[in-house]
Design a protein around this ligand. Structure first.
Ligand code: ARG
Length: 469
C-alpha cells in the first residue's frame, strides 16, 4: 500500500464536508484525524459495499441505470488502479471511503456524486469492517484447521511415546506425548468455534442506517444484505452505526487463541532447553547468537509468547475505546481499526507458522523416558495397586510415600527396589506389583475417554479427525 500524499496548496473547499467551514485544518490536524494510512486496506470491501448500495439505489429507482453503469465502470477502473499501485491515496480525503468516492467522481462525474445517496460514512465504515473481518475470520479458520491437523499428525506419531506429565512443574504421572498434544488440539478446537460464533453474530448488514436514524429514501436493505452475503440486516440504526461488539468479540477470541499458543510456546521453550531436552525445533524457527556460537534460540515461540501481550492489549484497548461512548457514531470509533488489523495479522501469522513448526518438531523420546524414571512417576500406580488389594487409599498413599523416600535415598526408582524392600512398606505387595510400576503398564491402565492410554489417544485422534472432516 502506498503512502497517502498531501498537498497544502490544495483548496480545502474540495473536502466532502467543507461547505460550512471558514478556515482549513492545519496539516497536523489533518494527519491526526485521517485514517487513510491504515483503512486503505479495506478498499476491496469498500468498493464491494458501494457496488451493492448502487445496485439497490438503481433497482429502487433512486438513481438511474446509466448512473449504475457509470459507477460500475469507474469502480472497475479504481480496482485496477489500486491493484497495480497506480491509485493516488490522498491525505486530504481523510479515509478510504472519501478517497474512492472522490476518484469515482473524477472518473465518471455526477454518477459518482450520486453514490452516497441514502448512505453515510457511519454505516459505510461499519459495513466495510464487517466485510473485512468476515474474510479475515475465514482465513484464520483455515490456518487454525492446518494447525489442528498438524497437532493431530504429531499426536498420532507419538500416541505411545511416554513422557512425564507435570503438575506444579514437578513430575506427576506418566502420560503420552500424543495425549499432551491433544490438550492443545482441544484448546484450538474451542478457538475455532468461538471465531465461528463471532462470525455468525457479526454477519448482519448495517447499511441503510445512514448517519444514525435511517434514511427517507425507499431503500431495500434486504437486497443489499443478500448481495453482500449477510444473513440479515442490523435491526436498529443507532446500534448498527455505533456497535463494535464484533471487533471486541473477535479480539477476545483472538486473545484467547494467542494465550493458548503462548502456553504451548512456553512448553516448547522449556522442552528445548538442554536441561530438559525433550524436543528440538527445526532450525528454520530458531536463530543463533551473535556472541555465543553454541546457541540455538527458540525465537518463534518466544515471539509468539511476546506477541500475545500485544493482542491482549488490543482487547483492553477496544473495550476502553467503547466504554464511554454515547450513542450513536463518534469519531473515537476510527481507533478501532489498527488494533483490529494488528490482532488479525498477528493471529493469522502465528497460526501459519505454528502449523509448519509443529510438523517439524523432533521428539527425543529417550530424554522423556529418562525424566520419568527420575520423577517416581508411577508412585500413584503402586498406591492404586494397594487400594485394589484392600488398603484404604490414605494408608496406601503413606506406604508408597515411604517407599519413594527410601528409593530417593538410594538414588533409584521405586521399580528398582527389591520385593523384600517393598514389602517392608506393605506386606500386601507381591511380585505382581512390578508390572504396575512400569511406565507402559501405568499408561495402558488409563484407558477411557480422556485418558492417556495409547489406545485411548488413538481413539481420540479418530474422533477428532471425524470432526475436522
Ligand atoms: N474514517 C471514519 C472511521 O473510521 C469513517 C466514518 C467517519 N464518519 C464521520 N461522520 N466522520 O470511523
Amino acid at each position: 500500500m502506498s503512502e497517502p500524499q498531501t498537498s497544502s496548496t490544495q483548496n480545502d473547499t474540495n473536502k466532502a464536508w467543507s461547505g460550512r467551514f471558514s478556515e482549513p485544518v492545519s496539516d497536523l490536524v489533518k494527519r491526526y484525524t485521517a485514517s487513510v494510512f491504515f483503512d486503505q486496506r479495506m478498499w476491496r470491501q469498500d468498493i464491494r459495499g458501494s457496488l451493492a448500495h448502487a445496485a439497490m439505489l438503481a433497482k429502487q429507482g433512486i438513481i438511474g441505470e446509466n448512473d449504475l453503469a457509470d459507477i460500475r465502470r469507474g469502480m472497475a477502473q479504481i480496482t485496477q488502479e489500486i491493484e497495480t499501485g497506480q491509485f493516488n491515496w490522498n491525505l486530504d480525503d481523510e479515509d478510504v471511503h472519501l478517497n474512492i468516492e472522490k476518484r469515482l467522481t473524477a472518473l465518471v462525474g455526477d454518477a459518482g456524486k450520486r453514490l452516497h445517496t441514502g448512505r453515510s460514512r457511519n454505516d459505510q465504515v461499519a459495513t466495510d469492517i464487517r466485510l473485512w473481518l468476515r474474510d479475515e475470520i475465514d482465513l484464520i479458520l483455515e490456518r487454525l484447521l492446518a494447525y489442528r491437523q498438524a497437532l493431530l499428525n504429531l499426536a498420532e506419531q507419538h500416541a505411545a511415546t511416554p513422557m512425564p506429565g507435570f503438575t506444579h512443574l514437578q513430575v506427576a504421572q506418566p502420560i503420552t506425548f500424543g495425549h499432551h498434544l491433544l490438550a492443545y488440539f482441544e484448546m484450538a478446537s474451542r478457538d475455532a468455534t468461538r471465531l465461528q460464533d463471532c462470525r455468525a453474530r457479526m454477519n448482519r448488514l448495517p447499511l441503510g442506517s445512514a448517519a444514525l436514524a435511517g434514511t427517507s429514501y425507499p431503500i431495500d436493505r434486504e437486497f443489499v444484505a443478500r448481495d453482500l452475503g449477510f444473513d440479515g440486516v442490523c435491526e436498529n440504526s443507532l446500534d448498527a452505526v455505533s456497535d463494535r461488539d464484533f471487533a471486541i468479540e473477535f479480539c477476545a477470541a483472538a486473545a484467547l487463541a494467542m494465550t493458548h499458543l503462548s502456553r504451548l510456546s512456553e512448553e516448547l521453550i522449556l522442552w528445548m532447553s538442554p536441561r530438559i531436552g525433550f524436543i528440538d525445533l527445526a532450525d528454520r524457527f530458531c536463530t543463533g547468537s551473535s556472541i555465543m556460537p553454541q546457541k540455538k534460540n527458540p525465537d518463534v515461540p518466544e515471539l509468539a509468547r511476546g506477541k500475545t501481550g500485544r493482542v491482549n492489549g488490543h482487547l483492553i484497548g477496544l473495550l476502553t475505546l467503547m466504554k464511554g461512548q454515547p450513542l450513536a457514531y463518534n469519531k473515537d470509533n476510527q481507533e478501532d481499526k489498527e488494533p483490529l488489523f494488528d490482532t488479525a495479522d498477528t493471529l493469522r501469522d502465528t497460526l501459519t507458522i505454528f502449523a509448519d513448526m509443529i510438523g517439524g518438531i523432533r521428539v527425543k523420546a529417550d530424554a522423556m523416558r529418562a525424566a520419568l524414571k527420575l520423577g517416581f512417576a508411577t508412585a500413584t500406580d503402586l498406591a492404586d495397586y494397594l487400594v485394589k488389594k484392600g488398603l484404604p487409599f490414605r494408608d496406601a498413599h503413606e506406604a508408597v510415600a515411604l517407599a519413594v523416600r527410601a528409593a530417593e535415598q538410594r538414588g533409584c526408582d521405586i521399580a528398582d527396589l527389591s520385593l523384600a524392600d517393598l514389602q517392608a512398606f506393605s506386606p500386601l505387595i507381591t511380585d505382581d506389583a512390578f508390572s504396575v510400576l512400569t511406565i507402559e503398564g501405568s499408561l495402558a491402565s488409563r484407558n477411557h475417554i480422556g485418558g492417556t492410554a495409547p489406545e485411548a489417544v488413538r481413539a481420540a485422534i479418530v474422533r477428532a479427525r471425524a470432526k475436522l472432516a
